[in-house]
Design a binder for this molecule. Structure first.
Ligand code: SSA
Length: 424
């Protein structure tokens, strides 16, 4: 959400953001409602002043004047009462529209419609050339008896998965490795729930807009967050933090749930796109200083790259274009990791800077050096998400005999194992 004052003073900048982010919103309509609401409030204010002045005259008035004054008081009270529903309706409508106003992207963000117009910034690591025909994720899992997609589909329906034996250990090892890595880089580990109150999804910016992606537990007025960014972002909602408390930097882990309503037919096999997964998330809340925030952007991007380098996986960094960055972002890079069986890079991380857009909707403020209450800036990036990252991990490190070479960084989390699986 942007500051209404900013929108009033910079309508063209906001209209451009609406246009390049393909947001369905009419800024002129919002400003009209805003003007009407200001006029309504001024009208109510004038009537209240008149009613108070009138009320003061009643006790001093003579007998012949008093009835008229009392009647005037009643008429004024009626007029004020009649305006209240209009004022409330305008306030609700303005609030709903304000929640849809997109953030202003940095000038450096490429304008584009969708991910096909994202810009590759750099590649790290060289995709392996195999001296044998490599297997894909599902073939590797099934060859080692590490998965049973048919059986779990009977239990949980489509886009479900189970990992058995060493693959289950591998999933845990990857999560622990990422948590350890980020803790070593100074982020505070945090393990929490995906069960959230609905307003937390408005806080994070997922609502309005992402309602279709979220599982809802209607009997309990709770929902299942699609990323631990949501509960972490709302932890301090409505509080006044002190500048000394900042920056907050968490490495959070929880289960993550997504309906994937819009993904019909995509990635239906295997581990890439499932309804429940686990993610280690980097979340930063810092002072309202773009230079500092952009340093944090580089930091959490670098952390994720460090994790992938430790896993010895080739990847590339792309800058998301305006049409693929979502309403709240000022800047966004995806990290895509090489998947041999698809012979292409697939998204495994998403790094975002949101300015104070997310903090404003969440009510995340701190008292700055001058004692002023200021909305903080927030950023987030994936640390690691399983099972998706297991796809490049298994495929890139497979050996001719179907076993998996364990990257050195992971071995401490797998009891020192250097190889997973049996030659088949
Ligand atoms: N349905 C899914 N199944 C498996 N992994 C998923 C799924 N959806 C997202 N992920 C993983 O979670 C990562 C982050 O998801 S994201 O929506 O792009 N971004 C976020 O959630 C941000 N909070 C940064 O983590 C993705 O890059 C991907 O690795």
């Amino acid at each position: 959400m942007l500051d209404l004052k900013f929108i009033r003073e910079n309508p063209d900048a906001v209209k451009r953001a609406v246009q390049v982010k393909y947001v369905d919103l009419d800024i002129d309509e919002l400003l009209t409602i805003d003007r009407e609401l200001v006029a309504l409030k001024q009208r109510v204010e004038a009537l209240l002043t008149e009613r108070n002045a009138n009320a003061k005259r009643v006790p001093k008035a003579g007998a012949e004047e008093r009835p008229a004054l009392i009647q005037r008081g009643k008429d004024l009270a009626e007029e004020i009462k009649a305006l209240e529903p209009q004022q409330r309706a305008h306030e609700e409508q303005l609030r709903h529209l304000l929640l849809k106003v997109p953030n202003i992207p940095l000038d450096s963000v490429p304008v584009g419609k969708d991910d096909s117009e994202n810009v590759e910034l750099r590649r790290e690591g060289t995709p392996r050339t195999f001296e044998f025909t490599p297997l894909d994720q599902v073939e590797l899992l099934e060859k080692q008896g590490w998965a049973d997609f048919e059986r779990v589909a009977r239990v949980s329906g489509s886009r479900s998965y189970l990992l058995r034996g060493e693959a289950a250990l591998l999933e845990m090892a990857v999560l622990m490795y990422a948590m350890d890595f980020l803790a070593g880089r100074g982020l505070t580990p945090l393990s929490t729930t995906a069960l959230v109150r609905p307003e937390t999804l408005m806080h994070s910016g997922h609502f309005p807009g992402d309602e279709d992606s979220v599982y809802k537990l209607a009997d309990d007025d709770l929902m299942l967050a699609g990323t631990v960014e949501v509960p972490i972002n709302s932890l301090y909602a409505g509080e006044q933090l002190s500048a000394e408390q900042l920056p907050l930097a968490f490495a959070g882990i929880s289960a993550a749930f997504r309906r994937e309503a819009g993904s019909a037919g995509r990635d239906v096999r295997g581990l890439i796109r499932v309804h429940e997964f686990r993610k280690v998330e980097q979340y930063v809340l810092c002072r309202a200083d773009q230079a500092e925030a952009l340093k944090w952007f580089e930091t959490i991007l670098g952390n994720a790259e460090g994790i992938l380098q430790g896993l010895e996986l080739p990847y590339r960094v792309v800058q998301n274009c305006t049409g693929d960055m979502g309403a709240g972002k000022v800047l966004m890079y995806d990290i895509e990791t090489w998947v041999p069986s698809e012979a292409k890079y697939r998204e495994t991380h998403s790094c975002s800077y949101l300015g104070d857009w997310q903090a404003r909707r969440t009510g995340l403020r701190y008292r700055d050096e001058e004692g002023k209450l200021v909305y903080a800036h927030t950023l987030n990036n994936t640390g690691i998400a399983v099972p998706r990252v297991l796809v490049p991990l298994l495929e890139n490190h497979q050996q001719a005999d179907g076993t998996i070479r364990v990257p050195a960084a992971l071995r401490p989390y797998l009891g020192g194992r250097e190889v997973l699986g049996k030659p088949v």
